[in-house]
Design a protein around this ligand. Sequence first.
Ligand SMILES: O=P(O)(O)OC[C@H]1O[C@](O)(CO)[C@@H](O)[C@@H]1O
Length: 428
Amino acid sequence: MYVDLGNALGTTPGVSREALERLDGRVADAHERIEQGRADDEHGYAALNLPETTDPDEIRNAVSRFDDPEAVLTVGIGGSALGAATISEALDSDVDAYYLDNVDPEWVSGLLTDLPLDDTVVNVVSRSGTTAETLANFLVVRDAMDSAGVDWTERTFVTTGEEGNLRDLADKHDLPALPVPDGVPGRFSALSTVGMAVAAIQGHDLDALLAGAADEADRLSGSLFESPAYAYGATTYALDRRGASINAMMPYAESLEYFAEWFAQLWAESLGKDGVGQTPARALGATDQHSQLQLYRAGPRDKLVTLVRPREKEDAAIPETDLEGLSYLGGSSLGELLDAEFEATEASLAAADCPNVRVEIDRVDERGLGELLYGMEAACVLYGELDTVSTFTQPAVEWGKKAARGLLGGGDFEEADAVSDKRRLKIE
Ligand SMILES: O=P(O)(O)OC[C@H]1O[C@](O)(CO)[C@@H](O)[C@@H]1O
């Protein structure tokens, strides 16, 4: 992973090189704390050990019984789906990957109608084993398989913790079960059993994913000027402290669209604590140049833009044309145009004094994804240390979970009654 901070220096909001040099002392202290946490396999910090602790053979063996299915359907939500989706959506495979990570009935029913259930592997993923959306979707999928005359126990494996409803189900029906890594919150689990089982079924190179991550891990050091991951984490932190409370993650590759969604959970759920936290905005280049860029360039000075691209990509020629005014396109290529758009957007933001950071990988392959996923995770951990937040918890999500369960009659939750139907001003 390569990071270029040039367009974050002296912008508005902006950070100076001197300020980064002053911050580097705190980066060194944070790095020491992170390394100690890794050495002690502490909750959360253990995520940064995954390049060594994830066993690709364990994953490959667990799914080896599913011989070349037409499709793999993941039933999970949040970190239990987004890591796998980021990897599978970025890479080509003959095995189609689908994700049920919401409980929209029309969407779920439509997908199950279209899926070849007799040739689909179902991957049910939940660290806690109790997430309502995941378990509800699993029950619906199992019923659809029953109705289709498919033996669901022959086509289902689970990835879950040692306890919970999902573990009980696996034990009861002797389902293949992968463990979730200890001490790794879901949003940090892409490079583990949670995020890599689908990649294994799709035939992707798990070792290259982990090798890319290991490369980035090897570059973590006591200075942001030596580590792309820390450079990104420290600079986004410094910009947030100076007013850039929004970070628009804008990859210039359709294959990285899911990566922006994964990044949003990583950044929001890790850093949004006790009244602070930089808001991730999901964007896509070049598409959002015709959508959100107006706000990024001419709106409030409260954001930075992260521009991500692969340095190499397969290309497609733009045919020559004699159409009036289009000669500049003909004979060029879509890749050249996309690169020109990337660089023009970068320059446009810089010309308007808007902070932006360039992040590049060699190409969107397993190694590049490993670097990018690990690099952003390490950047997030550093940011959390600098912002002195509890990076690896997510207590604020619990209220809504209990309320939803209470509203369904799954448990008493007075607060839900206290709030619902009180604050209404219905305009109908
Ligand atoms: O893997 P689980 O336990 O089903 O949780 C799914 C997601 O829900 C959360 O716990 C938030 O509710 C995320 O942190 C997690 O990635």
